[in-house]
Design a protein around this ligand. Structure first.
Ligand code: DGJ
Length: 722
């Protein structure tokens, strides 16, 4: 090679290098950041979008260039990837593939501390647009993601898959925690390693969506999840219907997490220019274990998501377990007196107050006919709201407006409003069927249940909105040839109704109930102030159930009632368990001794004083009931001046070594007085150090001897800075 040739070659190499560098610099890098977390996308030379990074925030801009390209962000069906796609569209010409290329992205501030990034992609052969939305909540280290899918083909395209989010992780090991169970046994914490292949957590229940498993998960990276250390990603879907989380470990041991509506039996025919907006998927990433992840969710939920998230909650007395269907005016008014005795804010009338042709004397009839049963309530609800008013308490009422008993006037008049298969025998879950909320007329009717009650009885201060049946016999007269839209349109119809309720009655608190914890998701909670985690109110079971739900939901959203379940446990034990959440009673004073009654009254007063700590503070799970004979949880006020610690001995063992419980979240340099409260009348505290002053440092490093060797013993400790 002569010199001229060498020079030419050198020039060519330099030119190629420079143009490559320019090209690389040209390719957008899209950073979605919170205070501690970065999710970074970059566009490849082929114009496609890749997730380069998800993890601890990278603060040196120049480092970004060193990141690997990563995996295709939102995988499509029909191209060169052989695992589960996020999106699968069949186009007008029958072509089932999609190839998305980056078009643009925007960034804007939604409000101080909240930023949104929208990445727009387009198919390079078909007029299909996919927009990935990311809303980053800085301080709470939480990211909300959703996807919008639209097209301009001539006829509808068929959507077979339409994920809200796809995330990629590349770590040595993955441990997945699911929250599964059954009716009265909700949200049990079960952890398992993820190996090659797929694990799906999903439901197909339609209305009562998450009876067997809850719509949230924890994913620990590298090692098993721990409360206060290690990396963990916690995710949940805001969708009150069929959901699906797919975890797939591929041939390179990389994990893909696809979250969204369960596409099962839900092929969606998307019209030209219609936007298919997926539900929101929310996730937080913690570097200090599950405890921090929970606190991120709690802070975010109270500030941004839950209805009246920044307001307090009412204590109440519910008549369900005190009377079931067997009540009349006199009994209810007597229970209101009990509510007054206890000092709670509200009386809540449960199921059984309505229907005349088929009175609601049991769960086999009456649902759908929302007029007061004349025999039971001759003077109507107005008499009860008036009685409550006179006694100085609020009045709340139970409804289950999405449902119908076949033995009802509604069913007789409007069978076309009922989800049922026209040519088959009906199958009933709790003797009832689900109304077809895809039908706007049914939406009007369901809205009318609330609206009529509120119009007639404006003093109603609270609704308990129940939903006891999954969708069975699935067929909609209204949807005709679009049957595969029913699961989705049902939920959309429900949201239309709830939106109208919220718009007309913005200050009306409502409890979300679904035969227990069958509905508990953050989209529903934008309409509801609280939810009923389980029909199981045995305090021992509740310790586990509340432990499960507390992973993503703050105390103020979780209703916990003192009932007669598990008579082996004292009323004190039952109340102490319920005081860790939103306290209520579902019991009559006649079921209690005088001492119990006095104890409960004082407990309600204590709870009212502690509400700012329990409902608004930071929660620390100190000792897990799983694999232990004891459990303890504490709440610390945001200013770290007040805290309350709950400790329970479930089943202490003979000669068991009992260790002190080390508190968390206090200020090491503050001095705190420690005092046992919620004592039975006449009882003295046996807690060593009771009434004494300790530094936060001592309490967090040495701890307090909270546990005992007594079966079903409980302690509530108030910790106040001097
Ligand atoms: C199921 C709920 O979970 C209970 O609290 C109660 O309201 C019943 N429904 C009433 O039917």
């Amino acid at each position: 090679m002569n010199n001229t040739m060498k020079e030419r070659l050198l020039f060519l190499i330099c030119f190629l290098c420079i143009s490559f560098m320019l090209k690389a610099a040209d390719k957008p890098v899209i950073k979605i950041s919170t205070e501690n977390v970065d999710l970074i996308y970059r566009v490849g030379d082929n114009g496609r979008l890749y997730q380069s990074y998800l993890g601890k925030r990278l603060n040196h801009a120049t480092d970004i260039a060193h990141l690997p390209q990563g995996s295709e962000a939102y995988l499509t069906h029909g191209m060169e990837d052989y695992f589960e796609p996020a999106i699968h569209i069949v186009h007008n010409d029958g072509n089932p593939s999609t190839l998305l290329k980056y078009v643009s992205h925007t960034r804007n501030q939604v409000s101080p501390g909240v930023d949104e990034v929208v990445i727009t992609m387009q198919d390079d052969k078909y007029p299909v647009t996919v927009k990935l939305h990311y809303v980053a909540y800085q301080k709470e280290n939480l990211i909300k993601t959703f996807t919008e899918i639209s097209h301009r083909e001539k006829k509808p395209v068929q959507l077979h898959k339409y994920a809200s989010s796809m995330l990629h992780l590349n770590r040595a090991n993955y441990f997945l925690t699911e929250f599964s169970g059954d009716w009265a046994s909700e949200a049990h914490v079960k952890e398992q390693p993820l190996e090659f292949g797929k694990k799906t957590i999903d439901t197909k229940l339609g209305a009562r969506a998450n009876m067997f498993c809850s719509p949230f998960f924890q994913l620990a990276l590298d090692g098993k999840s721990e409360e206060n250390q290690g990396e963990v990603l916690v995710g949940t879907l805001g969708w009150t219907g069929n959901f699906s989380f797919v975890f797939e470990v591929d041939n390179k041991n990389e994990l893909r997490v696809i979250s969204g509506i369960n596409p099962y039996a839900s092929e969606y025919s998307l019209k030209p220019n219609e936007i298919f907006r997926t539900p929101d998927f929310y996730f937080t990433y913690s570097f200090k274990g599950k405890g921090q992840a929970s606190r991120n969710f709690h802070d975010w939920a109270r500030k941004y998501q839950v209805k009246d998230g920044n307001q307090t909650r009412m204590t109440l007395l519910n008549n369900w377990e005190a009377t079931y269907f067997d009540f009349d005016e006199a009994k209810l008014v007597k229970l209101m007196d009990d509510a007054v005795e206890l000092g709670v804010d509200m009386f809540l009338l449960d199921d059984g107050w309505f229907a005349n042709k088929y009175p609601r004397s049991g769960d086999h009839q009456g649902l759908g006919d929302w007029d007061e049963t004349a025999d039971k309530l001759p003077h109507g609800i107005g008499y009860l709201t008036e009685a409550a008013k006179k006694k100085g308490i609020k009045f709340g009422i139970w409804i289950e407006p999405e449902m119908v008993n076949p033995k009802s006037e509604l069913y007789e008049k409007h069978k076309d409003w009922v989800i049922h298969l026209p040519n088959r025998d009906e199958y009933y879950f709790r003797n009832q069927l689900v109304l077809d909320l895809s039908n706007p007329k049914v939406q009007d009717y369901v809205f009318g249940v609330v609206d009529n009650l509120m119009t007639k009885y404006p003093d109603i201060a609270f609704f308990k909105w129940d939903c006891n049946s999954p969708i069975t016999n699935i067929y909609s007269v209204y949807l005709k040839d679009k049957q595969s839209h029913l699961y989705i349109d049902y939920v959309r119809g429900l949201y239309n109704v709830l939106e109208r309720v919220k718009a007309k009655y913005p200050d009306l608190p409502m409890m979300l109930c679904s035969g227990g914890g069958g509905r508990s998701d953050y989209e529903a909670l934008s309409y509801f102030t609280e939810f009923w985690p389980s029909d199981n109110t045995d305090p021992i079971e509740r310790l586990f159930i509340q432990w499960g739900f507390s992973q993503v939901f703050p105390a103020k959203t979780m209703c916990a009632h003192v009932t007669t379940w598990n008579k082996n446990s004292s009323v004190k034990f039952r109340t102490d368990v319920a005081m860790m959440c939103k306290l209520g009673f579902d019991i009559k004073l006649a079921d209690m001794s005088k001492d119990d009654e006095t104890y409960c009254r004082t407990a309600v007063q204590n709870y009212n004083r502690l509400k700012p700590v329990v409902l608004e503070g930071d929660m620390y799970r100190l000792v897990s009931p799983y694999g232990s004979n004891h459990t303890s949880t504490m709440y610390v006020g945001k200013d770290k001046d007040k805290a309350v610690v709950f400790a329970f001995d479930i089943h202490p063992r003979y000669a068991e070594k009992i260790l002190p419980v080390r508190l968390q979240g206090l200020d090491a340099d503050k001095m705190y007085r420690v005092k046992e409260i919620n004592l039975m009348p006449g009882a003295n505290s046996s807690l060593s150090g009771n009434g004494e002053v300790f530094s936060g440092e001592f309490l967090m490093n040495v701890g307090l001897n909270l546990f005992t060797t007594q079966q079903l013993n409980s302690r509530v400790i108030e910790v106040v800075a001097e």
